[in-house]
Design a protein around this ligand. Structure first.
Ligand SMILES: [Zn+2]
Length: 71
């Protein structure tokens, strides 16, 4: 005589982490702020000390008006 064994299934144990995304976006925001600060430093011309509005080209080492002054 044998006893029928019913298979045990563990369906329904779905995992979803809604908070993980929230933490990631907050960390992303912090990183973005750091990047903005770093970019501001890279956009500042060391010659005239003004924010050029773009990253100072390393080849020039200064903003374009400083590198090529209008006569
Ligand atoms: Zn300049």
């Amino acid at each position: 005589m044998s006893t029928p064994q019913s298979p045990v299934s563990f369906y329904g144990a779905t995992t979803h982490l809604p908070h993980a995304q929230e933490n990631q976006s907050r960390e992303h925001q912090r990183v973005r702020a750091e990047e903005t600060k770093a970019n501001t430093a890279r956009r500042t011309c060391p010659h005239c000390r003004t924010d050029a509005g773009y990253v100072i080209p390393p080849s020039l080492g200064m903003c374009v008006p400083c590198a090529y002054p209008e006569p």
